[in-house]
Ligand binder design. Structure first.
Ligand code: IPD
Length: 276
């Protein structure tokens, strides 16, 4: 059996497209919305239906593999990353966008082997943009190679971050003070964007549209695929404090250069979160 994981990559792209069709057809219809951890942490029947479809398709093809999925976790399944080939899935990354009809809604599918991501697929189902990464083989958008901007200077950067899906006062104070520290009179970034999908934020750093992205509170399924897309596009992914990235730590910082990543890490007030 090939160890290049090509077969898995092709399966991931194919199932992401199928999931995308389902998302597109539900996008402009009325949705049944429920909440999870709090009133702004949303889920729809499409999230659940698409996750089931992705897992059953991939399990049919790769019966010995393990699975971590956002909605399976929400339903109480244990999140456990082992050395076994493990698919890490967010069926609808950008659920709030999906609910509101804002066209940044992605299917995020990663395969981790020996705790290393070897396949990453992020598909913006509404805009039909397929971002892919395969370990050692580069990153692509709709089949064309993509690369980070290489920007090193914060004052020349377009930053991306999010407000997240918690409204805990302490967390929100920290989110706003961190954003404020990069938007000021002295050494300010050019601007700040929030696409509402961690996977798409990372994909846009990968293709040079944004220069860096950071967030506290994400989960492994939000960032596993984006991680490889950014890495293969020449980007840097670190823990928000500047140490090695830990997919289960709920913190992410990626940038177009090591220098920019370090500048941002130094400017951030850190936050500890319960691990995935
Ligand atoms: C959310 C998005 C959002 C981020 C949240 C995530 P979901 O994922 O990635 O950008 O700010 O932290 O939970 O819930 O739409 O899959």
């Amino acid at each position: 059996k090939t160890d290049s994981w090509d077969e898995c990559f092709n399966a991931a792209v194919e199932v992401a497209r199928e999931a995308g069709e389902e998302i597109r057809s539900a996008f402009s219809s009325e949705k049944r919305i429920e909440t999870k951890s709090c009133a702004v942490d949303l889920v729809t029947e499409t999230d659940q239906k698409v996750e089931e479809m992705i897992i059953s398709t991939l399990r049919g093809k790769f019966p010995t593999h393990s699975f971590i999925g956002e909605e399976s976790a929400a339903a109480g399944e244990k999140v456990e990353l082992t050395d076994n080939p493990t698919w890490i899935i967010d069926p609808v990354d950008g659920t709030t966008n999906f609910v509101h009809g804002f066209p940044f809604v992605a299917v995020s599918i990663a395969l981790s082997v020996n705790k290393e991501v070897v396949v990453g697929v992020v598909y913006n189902a509404i805009l039909d943009q397929m971002f892919t990464g395969q370990l050692g083989k580069g990153a692509f958008m709709n089949g064309k190679p993509i690369h980070v901007s290489g920007q090193e200077d914060l004052s020349q950067s377009l930053l991306i971050s999010e407000f997240g899906s918690s409204r805990d006062k302490e967390k929100m104070d920290l989110v706003f003070s961190n954003l404020g520290s990069f938007l000021n009179e002295k050494n300010s970034a050019h601007g700040l964007r929030s696409m509402g999908s961690a996977a798409l934020n990372m994909s846009h750093v990968a293709c040079g549209g944004g220069d860096a992205y950071f967030e506290f509170g994400i989960h492994c399924w939000d960032v596993a695929a984006g991680f490889l897309v950014v890495k293969e596009a020449g980007g840097v992914i670190l823990d928000t404090a500047g140490g090695p990235f830990d997919m289960m730590s709920r913190r992410v910082l990626c940038a177009s250069s090591e220098k920019l990543a370090r500048t941002i890490a130094e400017g951030l007030t850190q936050m500890e979160l319960p691990r995935d």
